[in-house]
Design a protein around this ligand. Sequence first.
Ligand code: ZN
Length: 253
Amino acid sequence: MGEPIFAALHLDLTDDTYGTMIRLRDGTHVAVIDCRGDKAARRFFTRWHEIAHLLVEEDVDKQVFRSTDEPLERLIDQIAGHVGFYDSIFSPLFNTHVSQGDRLTFDIVEAIRKQFCPYASFQSTLYACHRRLATPLLYIEASMEYSVSERRGLNQMRMFDDDKPEKKLRIQRAVPNDAASEINLTVRWNMRVPESSIIYTAFHEEITDATGEENLNTWTFSKGGSLIDCDVVIQTRRVDQLVMATIQPRVGQ
Ligand SMILES: [Zn+2]
Protein backbone atom coordinates (compact mmCIF):
# COMPACT_ATOMS: atom_id res chain seq x y z
CA MET A 1 0.00 0.00 0.00
CA GLY A 2 2.98 2.26 -0.59
CA GLU A 3 4.30 2.32 2.97
CA PRO A 4 8.00 1.81 2.35
CA ILE A 5 8.83 1.43 6.05
CA PHE A 6 7.53 -2.16 6.03
CA ALA A 7 10.35 -3.15 3.71
CA ALA A 8 12.74 -2.92 6.68
CA LEU A 9 10.48 -4.74 9.14
CA HIS A 10 12.53 -7.92 9.14
CA LEU A 11 15.54 -5.91 10.31
CA ASP A 12 13.63 -4.68 13.39
CA LEU A 13 12.45 -8.09 14.53
CA THR A 14 15.74 -9.42 15.82
CA ASP A 15 16.00 -12.24 18.39
CA ASP A 16 15.54 -9.92 21.39
CA THR A 17 12.77 -7.84 19.83
CA TYR A 18 9.16 -8.72 20.57
CA GLY A 19 7.29 -6.04 18.72
CA THR A 20 7.65 -2.89 16.75
CA MET A 21 5.36 0.03 16.13
CA ILE A 22 5.21 1.96 12.93
CA ARG A 23 3.47 5.23 12.07
CA LEU A 24 1.89 5.20 8.65
CA ARG A 25 1.95 8.28 6.46
CA ASP A 26 -1.62 9.19 7.45
CA GLY A 27 -0.67 9.18 11.16
CA THR A 28 -2.22 5.82 12.02
CA HIS A 29 -0.07 3.51 14.11
CA VAL A 30 0.42 -0.16 13.35
CA ALA A 31 2.02 -2.48 15.87
CA VAL A 32 3.64 -5.64 14.60
CA ILE A 33 3.76 -8.32 17.30
CA ASP A 34 6.32 -11.04 16.75
CA CYS A 35 4.66 -14.38 17.56
CA ARG A 36 7.31 -16.66 16.15
CA GLY A 37 8.81 -19.41 18.29
CA ASP A 38 9.25 -18.68 22.00
CA LYS A 39 8.06 -15.11 21.51
CA ALA A 40 4.49 -16.38 21.10
CA ALA A 41 4.22 -16.85 24.86
CA ARG A 42 4.60 -13.10 25.33
CA ARG A 43 2.28 -11.92 22.59
CA PHE A 44 -0.47 -10.77 24.93
CA PHE A 45 1.95 -8.67 26.90
CA THR A 46 3.81 -7.38 23.84
CA ARG A 47 0.58 -6.04 22.41
CA TRP A 48 -0.21 -4.17 25.61
CA HIS A 49 3.32 -2.90 25.81
CA GLU A 50 2.93 -1.29 22.38
CA ILE A 51 -0.42 0.21 23.34
CA ALA A 52 1.11 1.57 26.55
CA HIS A 53 3.74 3.39 24.49
CA LEU A 54 0.98 5.17 22.60
CA LEU A 55 -0.80 6.08 25.84
CA VAL A 56 2.20 8.02 27.11
CA GLU A 57 3.58 9.24 23.81
CA GLU A 58 0.81 9.53 21.25
CA ASP A 59 2.78 10.86 18.32
CA VAL A 60 5.62 8.38 18.56
CA ASP A 61 7.23 7.91 15.15
CA LYS A 62 8.72 4.53 15.53
CA GLN A 63 9.45 2.31 18.42
CA VAL A 64 10.85 -1.13 18.79
CA PHE A 65 10.10 -3.33 21.78
CA ARG A 66 13.23 -5.07 22.93
CA SER A 67 13.46 -6.93 26.19
CA THR A 68 15.70 -4.45 27.95
CA ASP A 69 15.98 -3.30 31.52
CA GLU A 70 15.96 0.37 30.58
CA PRO A 71 13.89 2.44 33.04
CA LEU A 72 11.47 3.65 30.36
CA GLU A 73 10.84 0.13 29.07
CA ARG A 74 10.21 -1.12 32.60
CA LEU A 75 7.80 1.73 33.22
CA ILE A 76 5.98 0.86 30.00
CA ASP A 77 5.80 -2.77 31.19
CA GLN A 78 4.18 -1.56 34.42
CA ILE A 79 1.58 0.43 32.49
CA ALA A 80 1.01 -2.55 30.16
CA GLY A 81 0.37 -4.73 33.22
CA HIS A 82 -2.30 -2.31 34.41
CA VAL A 83 -4.14 -1.78 31.15
CA GLY A 84 -3.77 -5.40 29.98
CA PHE A 85 -5.38 -6.63 33.19
CA TYR A 86 -7.74 -3.70 33.46
CA ASP A 87 -9.03 -3.56 36.99
CA SER A 88 -12.79 -3.24 36.39
CA ILE A 89 -12.63 -6.35 34.19
CA PHE A 90 -9.97 -8.41 35.91
CA SER A 91 -10.78 -7.86 39.59
CA PRO A 92 -14.38 -9.20 39.51
CA LEU A 93 -13.07 -12.38 37.87
CA PHE A 94 -10.21 -12.61 40.36
CA ASN A 95 -12.67 -12.28 43.24
CA THR A 96 -14.76 -15.21 42.01
CA HIS A 97 -11.66 -17.43 42.27
CA VAL A 98 -10.01 -16.07 45.40
CA SER A 99 -11.91 -15.31 48.60
CA GLN A 100 -10.57 -13.08 51.32
CA GLY A 101 -7.79 -14.86 53.20
CA ASP A 102 -7.16 -17.55 50.57
CA ARG A 103 -3.69 -18.51 49.48
CA LEU A 104 -2.98 -18.16 45.78
CA THR A 105 -2.03 -21.37 43.99
CA PHE A 106 -0.76 -21.92 40.47
CA ASP A 107 -3.98 -23.85 39.74
CA ILE A 108 -6.02 -20.76 40.61
CA VAL A 109 -3.79 -18.56 38.43
CA GLU A 110 -4.18 -21.04 35.59
CA ALA A 111 -7.98 -21.11 35.95
CA ILE A 112 -8.12 -17.30 35.95
CA ARG A 113 -5.80 -17.15 32.93
CA LYS A 114 -7.97 -19.55 30.92
CA GLN A 115 -11.05 -17.52 31.68
CA PHE A 116 -9.58 -14.03 31.36
CA CYS A 117 -7.34 -14.47 28.36
CA PRO A 118 -6.00 -17.89 27.31
CA TYR A 119 -3.13 -16.40 25.36
CA ALA A 120 -1.88 -14.24 28.24
CA SER A 121 1.19 -15.84 29.76
CA PHE A 122 1.10 -17.63 33.09
CA GLN A 123 3.66 -15.22 34.49
CA SER A 124 1.85 -12.01 33.55
CA THR A 125 -1.41 -13.42 34.95
CA LEU A 126 0.39 -14.41 38.16
CA TYR A 127 1.68 -10.84 38.47
CA ALA A 128 -1.83 -9.46 38.05
CA CYS A 129 -3.13 -11.80 40.79
CA HIS A 130 -0.16 -11.12 43.07
CA ARG A 131 -0.83 -7.42 43.46
CA ARG A 132 -4.55 -7.94 44.10
CA LEU A 133 -4.11 -10.60 46.78
CA ALA A 134 -5.04 -9.38 50.26
CA THR A 135 -2.76 -11.90 51.99
CA PRO A 136 1.06 -11.75 51.91
CA LEU A 137 2.72 -13.17 48.82
CA LEU A 138 6.35 -12.85 47.84
CA TYR A 139 7.15 -13.63 44.20
CA ILE A 140 10.74 -14.61 43.44
CA GLU A 141 12.89 -15.81 40.56
CA ALA A 142 16.13 -17.67 41.11
CA SER A 143 18.88 -18.68 38.69
CA MET A 144 22.57 -19.59 38.73
CA GLU A 145 24.69 -16.52 39.43
CA TYR A 146 27.88 -15.29 41.02
CA SER A 147 27.95 -13.21 44.19
CA VAL A 148 28.61 -9.50 43.77
CA SER A 149 32.22 -9.80 44.90
CA GLU A 150 32.76 -12.81 42.63
CA ARG A 151 31.47 -10.78 39.69
CA ARG A 152 33.82 -7.98 40.56
CA GLY A 153 36.72 -10.43 40.66
CA LEU A 154 35.77 -11.90 37.30
CA ASN A 155 35.92 -8.48 35.72
CA GLN A 156 39.58 -8.20 36.60
CA MET A 157 42.13 -9.77 34.33
CA ARG A 158 43.11 -13.28 35.30
CA MET A 159 46.06 -15.24 34.07
CA PHE A 160 44.94 -18.48 35.66
CA ASP A 161 41.41 -19.54 36.40
CA ASP A 162 42.21 -22.21 39.00
CA ASP A 163 40.27 -20.34 41.65
CA LYS A 164 37.44 -19.32 39.36
CA PRO A 165 34.31 -19.12 41.55
CA GLU A 166 31.28 -21.30 40.90
CA LYS A 167 27.82 -19.97 40.22
CA LYS A 168 25.19 -20.76 42.84
CA LEU A 169 21.42 -20.61 42.82
CA ARG A 170 20.60 -17.03 43.77
CA ILE A 171 17.55 -14.78 43.99
CA GLN A 172 17.44 -12.56 40.92
CA ARG A 173 14.02 -11.00 41.41
CA ALA A 174 11.94 -10.56 44.55
CA VAL A 175 8.60 -8.75 44.45
CA PRO A 176 6.52 -8.65 47.65
CA ASN A 177 2.88 -7.57 47.41
CA ASP A 178 1.65 -4.89 49.84
CA ALA A 179 0.65 -7.37 52.55
CA ALA A 180 4.04 -9.12 52.31
CA SER A 181 5.90 -5.82 52.66
CA GLU A 182 3.91 -5.06 55.81
CA ILE A 183 5.16 -8.18 57.58
CA ASN A 184 8.65 -7.87 56.10
CA LEU A 185 8.24 -11.02 54.03
CA THR A 186 11.03 -10.46 51.56
CA VAL A 187 14.42 -11.78 50.51
CA ARG A 188 17.53 -9.95 49.43
CA TRP A 189 18.54 -9.66 45.82
CA ASN A 190 21.31 -12.14 44.90
CA MET A 191 20.84 -14.06 48.15
CA ARG A 192 21.85 -17.71 47.95
CA VAL A 193 18.97 -20.24 48.03
CA PRO A 194 19.69 -22.77 50.83
CA GLU A 195 20.07 -26.42 49.85
CA SER A 196 17.21 -27.32 52.20
CA SER A 197 14.72 -25.23 50.21
CA ILE A 198 12.23 -26.69 47.75
CA ILE A 199 13.40 -23.98 45.34
CA TYR A 200 16.90 -25.51 45.37
CA THR A 201 15.52 -29.03 44.81
CA ALA A 202 13.17 -27.91 42.04
CA PHE A 203 16.02 -26.23 40.20
CA HIS A 204 18.69 -28.90 40.54
CA GLU A 205 16.38 -31.87 40.01
CA GLU A 206 14.63 -30.09 37.16
CA ILE A 207 11.14 -30.54 38.60
CA THR A 208 8.59 -28.53 36.63
CA ASP A 209 6.08 -28.00 39.44
CA ALA A 210 6.73 -28.50 43.14
CA THR A 211 5.31 -27.43 46.48
CA GLY A 212 7.03 -27.43 49.85
CA GLU A 213 6.85 -26.08 53.37
CA GLU A 214 9.77 -24.59 55.25
CA ASN A 215 10.67 -21.86 57.71
CA LEU A 216 12.37 -18.81 56.27
CA ASN A 217 14.78 -18.72 59.22
CA THR A 218 16.64 -21.55 57.41
CA TRP A 219 17.61 -18.92 54.83
CA THR A 220 20.81 -17.63 56.40
CA PHE A 221 23.26 -14.96 55.33
CA SER A 222 26.96 -15.69 54.96
CA LYS A 223 27.72 -12.85 57.38
CA GLY A 224 25.24 -14.13 59.99
CA GLY A 225 21.52 -13.66 60.58
CA SER A 226 18.60 -15.01 58.62
CA LEU A 227 15.28 -14.11 57.07
CA ILE A 228 12.20 -13.76 59.31
CA ASP A 229 10.97 -16.64 61.44
CA CYS A 230 7.91 -17.61 59.42
CA ASP A 231 6.49 -20.96 58.29
CA VAL A 232 5.76 -20.64 54.62
CA VAL A 233 4.32 -22.59 51.73
CA ILE A 234 6.42 -22.34 48.59
CA GLN A 235 5.20 -23.27 45.15
CA THR A 236 7.73 -23.46 42.33
CA ARG A 237 7.80 -23.67 38.57
CA ARG A 238 11.01 -24.30 36.68
CA VAL A 239 11.13 -22.56 33.31
CA ASP A 240 14.28 -22.88 31.20
CA GLN A 241 17.18 -21.92 33.44
CA LEU A 242 15.21 -20.27 36.23
CA VAL A 243 12.73 -21.11 38.94
CA MET A 244 9.81 -18.83 39.63
CA ALA A 245 8.18 -19.27 43.01
CA THR A 246 5.52 -17.90 45.28
CA ILE A 247 6.22 -17.72 49.01
CA GLN A 248 3.23 -17.36 51.34
CA PRO A 249 2.78 -17.74 55.11
CA ARG A 250 1.16 -21.02 56.02
CA VAL A 251 -2.59 -20.54 56.50
CA GLY A 252 -3.58 -20.16 60.12
CA GLN A 253 -0.56 -18.11 61.11
ZN1 ZN B 1 8.97 -0.38 24.55
